[in-house]
Write a protein of this length. Structure first.
Length: 185
């Protein structure tokens, strides 16, 4: 397993070791000790599986009082996966990083608690599995508008299909301080 740290503190791209032969392949998609050794010192309490069709954009979601870290892994297809740092004390507050993740590449993206998550599908069908460091609470959900010009995410698809809730999220500048995750960097 190889890790690449991003300039957003705590965010990391992980390339998994894949063992191939004429029968197919084998990989470990998670082993607690290895992830702790590379700096992901969280307990994961929930796994989520997401299916999306082509041209779907989901995001940018986060939890406010009980922020979730995410370990994202694409099971089928390809996505452009994005994290936006919403931790007010972070030197990269309001900045984003995105990575093309695919089932073929066998990479994961870790987004620490306080980093909003979203993705855009780049293939006909996409399945994502992501581990979470806290439980989802719909009453605790926040979001930032996917197309906020001050965040300026460079999405690869110019005409995505977006859920009405995600279209209604506020701009970063409109989010009151108490609606940001209280995570100290």
């Amino acid at each position: 397993m190889q890790t690449t740290k991003c300039d957003i503190p705590g965010m990391m791209l992980i390339s998994l070791d894949v063992y191939r032969d004429d029968r197919g392949y084998f990989l470990e998609s998670f082993q607690d000790t290895r992830y702790h050794d590379c700096g992901i010192n969280y307990n994961f309490v929930q796994d989520n599986r997401s299916f999306s069709r082509v041209h779907i954009l989901r995001g940018m979601h986060y939890q406010i009082k009980r922020p979730q870290g995410h370990l994202v892994y694409v099971l089928r297809g390809t996505v452009f996966d994005v994290g936006v740092d919403l931790r007010p004390s972070s030197p990269t507050f309001g900045q984003w990083r995105g990575f093309k993740l695919s089932a073929v590449a066998h990479q994961q993206l870790f987004l620490p608690p306080g980093v909003a998550h979203g993705f855009c599908t780049l293939s006909e069908e996409v399945e994502i599995l992501y581990k979470c460091t806290d439980y989802y609470d719909p009453k605790d959900e926040g979001g930032v508008l996917w197309s906020d010009p001050t965040v300026a995410i460079d999405w690869p698809d110019c005409n995505p299909l977006i859920h009405p809730r995600d279209k209604a999220f506020p701009l970063l500048s409109e989010i009151p301080p108490e609606r940001f995750p209280d995570i100290r960097i």
